[in-house]
Ligand binder design. Structure first.
Ligand SMILES: C[S@@+](CC[C@H](N)C(=O)[O-])C[C@H]1O[C@@H](n2cnc3c(N)ncnc32)[C@H](O)[C@@H]1O
Length: 467
């Protein structure tokens, strides 16, 4: 998952929308407001003097001003952008022209023509970073490339050791991390193979260097009309899930801009929202989590037991009737028996929307005891939109049985998570530095996912008792 920008196809939108944003955002901005009065001495102590040349360099390269309101500083999350003056809601924080953004198009043709379609855009931009890095001071992008985080500064799960990854085994993020690592290896070997024909012409790099560049791209590039783009300077914004500022791409004016969603005092950190990401997505691609993340969700798999007397029939009708299209940004993969559970606040009392319909339908099919019951579901599906078991079963006991099965399976998963969380505690005393951070990240991920599962159980219990 990359950062998402909002694509603008015309330019009149902003002035009319800003006031709406400001009223919306004021009620969210309690955390940032606590910084509101920063003395100018404090403000200047946060400035990262080693980066003072970056913005003037970029403006010179672009031939236009990019930002007069922000400067790069230090924070506990690495580099950050701070208000260099008082900022008002609706002010334009920066405008970065497309001409100074890095996308696969910036790779020299002699490299592009060697790469097959199997090498995706993330890998191509990673290659671009490696190439510019190798050129050192001769790179026209050196002032930017040298300011990117080093390998040890990234905590994306692809950089976790096997032991660290074992901490998150119950989460779907575990498998997704392994999948991404395999993808990186595949891309690495495809590039190596392509370059092997010209050993003197292209640089050598290790899998670790390639993975580092890849992690840089997933944690700071935006999906764009050119595939994937690094947007220098804009990529020093840190994330605040409650912010209503995000990156806007203006396809007509060919620039990216960010508008302030509230007032900022001089020296306050300005953050934007990367997307409505769950902790699993944040951890995979950015190497951090947020506490009590309202976008958390759990990927849950259910199977038909092989000893089910109607195993074949159930598989067959699921194969024929279950069609799904998943567009959620946090869904890693989807298959006929995997479901995404989101938090149902307050256990879903009086809420019609709770546990996904598709999961409840699956429960109804799983608990069918006879071919007649299955045929009834097929007939009902044909009379409606073709999807199976979307309606409550007519027999109340059968409906309760279907939902009790889900409660049982989810409770089993909660137990698995709880055992894993318990195991996290004693090892904590042996940890230091980076490992403590990753231990905390694992804990935040797992406890957030347990919260989601518990809310689903509460919703199901509530539903059963309401029948
Ligand atoms: C787009 S970059 C932002 C600039 C970055 N801090 C730097 O030093 O270059 C995204 C990275 O910043 C850090 N980050 C951003 N927002 C964060 C947050 N709310 N909590 C912790 N780390 C965050 C993470 O390391 C993430 O991968």
């Amino acid at each position: 998952m990359l950062l998402h920008s909002v694509i603008l196809t015309n330019t009149w939108w902003a002035p009319t929308q800003r006031p709406v944003l400001s009223t919306l955002v004021r009620c969210f901005s309690t955390l940032s407001d606590s910084f509101a009065s920063v003395s100018s001495l404090e403000a200047s102590s946060r400035i990262d003097e080693t980066c003072n040349d970056l913005l003037p360099w970029l403006e010179h390269k672009a031939g236009v001003g990019i930002s007069s309101t922000l400067s790069i500083g230090k924070s506990s999350y690495g580099k950050a952008l701070y208000a260099a003056e008082n900022i008002q809601t609706g002010d334009c924080l920066l405008k970065v022209p497309y001409s100074v953004q890095l996308s696969p198009n910036n790779l020299p043709e002699e490299i592009t023509c060697l790469l097959g379609d199997e090498v995706g855009n993330v890998a191509r931009v990673a290659l671009l970073i490696l190439r510019e890095k190798e050129m050192g001071k001769d790179s026209e992008w050196a002032p930017y490339i040298t300011r990117l985080p080093r390998l040890g500064e990234l905590n994306n799960t692809i950089f976790w050791t096997d032991k660290e990854l074992a901490m998150i085994r119950p989460s779907a993020l575990y498998k997704e991390t392994l999948r991404q690592k395999t993808q990186i290896e595949k891309d690495f070997f495809a590039v190596k193979l392509a370059f092997s024909q010209f050993p003197d012409k292209f640089q050598d790099f290790t899998l670790q260097e390639f993975a580092h560049a890849y992690g840089l791209v997933t944690s700071r590039a935006w999906e764009s009309s050119k595939g994937v783009s690094l947007i220098p300077f804009a990529d020093f914004f840190n994330h605040d899930g409650n912010s209503e500022s995000y990156v806007l791409s203006d396809e007509t004016l060919k620039h990216t801009e960010v508008i302030a969603d509230r007032d900022f005092a001089l020296g306050e950190e300005v953050r934007i929202r990367y997307g409505k990401f769950s902790n699993a997505t944040l951890l995979l691609d950015f190497g951090f989590t947020v506490s009590c993340n309202s976008y958390d969700q759990v990927h849950f798999e259910l199977n038909i037991p092989q000893n089910d007397r109607l195993y074949k029939q159930k598989l067959e009708i699921l194969d024929r009737h279950f069609t799904r299209s998943v567009k959620d940004v946090n869904v890693f993969n989807s298959s006929w028996n995997s479901f995404t559970i989101k938090e149902v606040p307050g256990g879903g009392r009086r809420r019609r929307k709770g546990v996904p319909q598709s999961l409840r339908a699956f429960g109804r099919i799983l608990t069918c005891d006879s071919e007649q019951e299955l045929n009834d579901l097929v007939t009902e599906a044909a009379q409606n939109d073709g999807r199976l078991a979307r309606f409550p079963l007519k027999n109340r006991d059968s409906e309760i049985k279907a939902h009790r099965l889900l409660i049982f399976e989810i409770s089993r998963l909660i137990e698995e998570y709880s055992n894993c969380i318990k195991l996290l505690v004693p090892s904590c005393s042996n940890l230091c530095g980076e490992s403590v951070l990753r231990w905390r990240l694992a804990q935040e991920l797992l406890t957030g996912e347990v919260r989601v599962l518990e809310s689903a159980c509460a919703w199901l219990e509530n539903y059963c008792s309401s029948l």
